[in-house]
Design a protein around this ligand. Structure first.
Ligand SMILES: Cc1cc2nc3c(=O)[nH]c(=O)nc-3n(C[C@H](O)[C@H](O)[C@H](O)COP(=O)(O)O)c2cc1C
Length: 143
C-alpha cells in the first residue's frame, strides 16, 4: 500500500480540519496515511512516505515557525522526485502554503499545483476540496 504522511501546524484548528479531510480523501482512495501535528512529528514520520503533504496556517505573513523548522530539517533526507503538497488556512494574504511549496520544490520534489489554500474555517465545499487533494495524491502514488 502506498503511504502518505500529512504534517500540519494550526493555531485555531482550521488547517487541522483541512488535514483531516485530506486524510479522509486519501484513505478512501486506498492509501495508508500517517497524520501528525507538527509539534509531535519526527523525521521518522516521513522517511518511508511516498508522498508528503505539509500544512500551515498563515500568521503575520508567514508559515508557522514550527512548520518551517520541520521542512528545513527535511534537507537531511532524500526526497527528490517524491510527491509533495502544501496547504493551509489563511485570513487575507495566505503566504504559508506558497512558502512551503517553494521549500519542497527546493528539494526537487514533485509538488502538486495549485497549493490548497482555504480562507478561515473550511466550508463543506472547502472540505470537499481537501478530500479531492487527498484523492489526487493517492492517484499519483498508487500508479
Ligand atoms: C495574530 C494573527 C495574525 C494573522 N496573520 C495573518 C496573515 O498575515 N495573513 C493571513 O492571510 N491570515 C492571517 N491570520 C488569519 C489566520 O491565518 C486564519 O485565522 C486561519 O484560519 C488560522 O488557521 P488555523 O486555525 O489553522 O490556525 C492571522 C490571524 C491571527 C490571529
Amino acid at each position: 500500500m502506498s503511504k502518505l504522511t500529512i504534517i500540519y501546524g494550526t493555531g485555531t484548528g482550521n488547517t487541522g480540519r483541512m488535514a483531516k479531510a485530506i486524510e479522509e480523501g486519501a484513505i478512501g482512495a486506498g492509501v495508508e496515511v500517517t497524520i501528525k501535528k507538527v509539534e509531535t512529528a519526527t523525521p521518522a514520520d516521513i522517511e518511508n512516505a511516498d508522498a508528503i503533504a505539509i500544512g500551515s496556517a498563515t500568521y503575520r505573513g508567514a508559515a508557522m515557525p514550527s512548520v518551517i523548522n520541520y521542512v528545513k530539517a527535511m534537507a537531511d533526507q532524500p526526497f527528490k522526485g517524491k510527491t509533495g503538497a502544501a496547504f493551509g488556512s489563511y485570513g487575507w494574504s495566505g503566504e504559508a502554503a506558497n512558502v512551503i511549496s517553494k521549500m519542497l520544490e527546493g528539494y526537487d520534489m514533485d509538488v502538486l499545483k495549485p497549493n490548497l489554500r482555504i480562507k478561515r474555517q473550511p466550508s463543506s465545499d472547502g472540505i470537499e476540496e481537501c478530500k479531492n487533494l487527498g484523492n489526487q495524491i493517492a492517484d499519483k502514488i498508487n500508479k
